[in-house]
Design a protein around this ligand. Structure first.
Ligand SMILES: Cc1ncc(COP(=O)(O)O)c(C=O)c1O
Length: 425
């Protein structure tokens, strides 16, 4: 995952790569508010794992907290510590780590730990003994997802161990959590079964003397359809980023990420000219093509070759020929009768691969559909040389590097909210 590079006075200015990811923190705030309304009074833990689904965990985490979120949730201990290192002091929960990990560093940093198996309880207790610190824990139950979590058959003995550990002053149980298998298919009976199982477990834990003040099951799909299901907190991810968790449903969310790249050259090609490796597209007429500076090394799948379009200056143009490692081509169409290039496209303009459709950009879901995947994977894909810029109406936030290799620039957007993608911010 991306390492967080705080901006400091002595950070040498690194020129941004021509491929970039722009993150609109006001969209994150707007989406958080929608989720909070749907949560109906329950608290909100913003899921910022995987570098906030590729959006930049510290900046997104702050935006979620500023907009009314109470806590942040991540997968690994390293992700949790990254938030602390970025100066975030709000509660942070990490829910998947190795049972062989030494968790004492996380305890020292005040990270709440999920306990997804009996072996993980061993790891937490070992960390408590090593650090001398009491752990705040959220046991994770497998209410039906069939992934991580304590199974119903393991629960009675596990609960006994939790009660004993609390009695010995080793842990404090904040609450219980579980994750849905199919919340994006409202009406699937497994959803209610999972909710009932968590309610039963909370009741049993409370009867055994554990306070379990804050319990949570709802991801984004469940939060937006049914709220918190009577629990005290919701735990949404994808909707924070403005992507609907339920296909075809519009909850008024605003996509926060715009992925774009600079046009490095525009040139005339004659009819019959093959374009890019393998000549998988041959100009059917004299036309003008643009070379866009992003390729599969930056997160534009080669599988998308000849199958997507970009937005340039408010118009859509088809991508043509193979997507290469560093670049792809776009067909701008024949010159206009007055000799000008359609839309006046020129080197230095930006081509938007995906962003906010209300601003004319393709939606990340279009790539997902073409690739046979989900938009979660699409927004996590921008990487390599793609520098990330964070936009906010407030004071600029420090930002991380391009996702993945960390090769992108660690810098701040000098233009504040204004970008060639339509001025989002
Ligand atoms: C444990 C857990 N909780 C919450 C979420 C958030 O899910 P979503 O992004 O669908 O809202 C995830 C994401 O996979 C998760 O793993």
């Amino acid at each position: 995952m991306t390492s967080f590079v705080p901006l400091s006075a002595d950070t040498s200015p690194v020129p941004s790569g021509p491929a970039r990811v722009d993150i609109d923190l006001e969209a994150i705030a707007h989406n958080t508010e929608i989720l909070l309304r749907a949560a109906g009074g329950a608290e909100l833990m913003g899921v910022v794992k995987a570098d906030a689904y590729g959006h930049g965990a510290p900046a997104v985490g702050r935006a979620v907290l500023d907009a009314g979120g109470s806590a942040l949730g991540v997968t690994t201990l390293a992700e949790a510590l990254e938030l602390r290192q970025a100066g975030i002091s709000a509660p942070v929960l990490a829910w998947l780590y190795s049972a062989g990990d030494d968790v004492s560093g996380a305890l020292q940093a005040g990270i709440d730990l999920a306990i997804p198996s009996p072996l993980h309880l061993d790891a937490v207790l070992a960390g408590v003994r090593r650090s001398g610190l009491r752990a705040k824990v959220t046991p994770k139950l497998d209410t039906g997802l069939g992934r991580s979590g304590v199974l119903p058959a393991q629960w009675p003995e596990f609960l006994d161990r939790l009660v004993a550990a609390q009695r010995d002053g080793l842990i404090e149980v904040s609450g219980l959590m579980a994750h849905f298998a199919n919340a994006d298919s409202p009406g699937d009976p497994i959803i209610d079964t999972q909710v009932e199982r968590l309610h039963e477990a909370v009741a049993e834990a409370r009867a055994a003397g554990l306070e379990c003040a804050v319990n949570h099951h709802s991801n984004a799909a469940r939060t937006l359809t049914e709220g918190a299901d009577g629990f005290e907190m919701v735990r949404p991810g994808i909707a924070l980023y403005g992507l609907s968790p339920i296909e075809g449903e519009d909850f008024g969310l605003r996509p926060a990420m715009t992925f774009s790249a600079e046009i490095l050259m525009v040139k005339d090609v004659p009819a019959g000219q093959g374009i890019s490796y393998g000549h998988t597209w041959v100009a059917p007429r004299d036309t003008v093509v643009a070379l866009v500076a992003a390729g599969y090394a930056d997160g534009v799948w080669r599988l998308l070759s000849n199958k997507f379009s970009v937005e340039i200056g408010g118009r859509r143009y088809p991508q043509v020929g193979r997507v290469c490692m560093d670049q792809f081509m776009v067909d701008l169409g024949p010159r206009q009768p007055d000799g000008s290039v359609t839309g006046g496209v020129a080197a230095g303009d930006r081509a938007v691969m995906f962003g906010d459709p209300r601003r004319g950009a393709p939606h990340a879901g279009e790539w997902a559909e073409t690739l046979g995947t989900i938009h979660y994977e699409v927004v996590c894909a921008a990487r390599g040389r793609a520098a990330r810029y964070v936009h906010s109406g407030r004071a600029p936030h420090p930002i991380g590097t391009g996702t993945g290799t960390g090769a992108g620039a660690a810098t701040e957007d000098a233009t504040g909210t204004d970008t060639a993608t339509g001025g989002e911010g």
